[in-house]
Write a protein that binds this ligand. Sequence first.
Ligand SMILES: NC(=O)c1ccc[n+]([C@@H]2O[C@H](COP(=O)([O-])OP(=O)(O)OC[C@H]3O[C@@H](n4cnc5c(N)ncnc54)[C@H](OP(=O)(O)O)[C@@H]3O)[C@@H](O)[C@H]2O)c1
Length: 234
Amino acid sequence: MRSVSVSSSRAACAAAFVLRASAGYQPLPLGELVAAPSAMAMHQLREESVVKIGSIGKGNVGGALTRLWQQAGHDVRAGGRDDSVADVAAHGDVVLLAVGAEAVEDVLQAAGPLDGKVLIDATNDIDAKFGSLAARVAELAPGAKVVKAFNATFAPVFDAAAQLDPPAHLVFCGDDEGAKKTVAGLISDIGMAPIDVGGLDQAANVEAFARMNISVAYGQGRGPQVYRFDTPQS
Ligand SMILES: NC(=O)c1ccc[n+]([C@@H]2O[C@H](COP(=O)([O-])OP(=O)(O)OC[C@H]3O[C@@H](n4cnc5c(N)ncnc54)[C@H](OP(=O)(O)O)[C@@H]3O)[C@@H](O)[C@H]2O)c1
């Protein structure tokens, strides 16, 4: 049972930002959208109930997700510049990468081999320098199962997510189905609805979508809850 404490005024404020999909909504070209399973269904899909997670970065994203995952019962250790990145990475079967794009290379070098671990890439390539930052992450951590997730929305949404009905969506992608199930569960655990947009070859689209989302949410002042997808009809 999740217990996320968000003030009602804050939740109402976040909810006010929600733009519900209109009848004329057309899916974004992010590959085939897969219906978001319920949080309960995702718990059943995952074999493990307590996930050991190391968060490289404890700022807006790493800090919020660490707190929310701990509240969901997971075993999370987070670290920043004053901590041992290797120790943080070693703690997790799942490693969250939550640093700025400019620090990605350094922290992955400091992390050491991440073979067999699920590596959640939450980073954003704000200046579009990389083509696909997730592809670079996968190059730097060749043994890891990279899943691009948590980058295409905003830290305030993570905190408000448990209060939003219908839940806010979160796009994610990756090549390893088992890793994606784990990450979909971790998305559900904070109260968001996971939207699987395909393999890691979709990461450049997810990153571009995140840049667009930043410009719409903050450039146009429409707020961090600006996107929702219709749930596909089966
Ligand atoms: N802010 C959002 O709403 C949001 C949403 C989705 C994705 N993102 C993306 O997620 C990433 C993190 O964003 P953020 O807003 O959380 O940034 P942030 O608040 O500035 O936090 C960055 C974290 O990275 C750590 N860090 C930086 N360089 C490091 C190094 N060399 N070794 C170890 N730790 C290092 C920092 O350590 P210290 O604690 O020591 O400073 C800090 O904890 C970015 O790529 C951003 O584009 C942001």
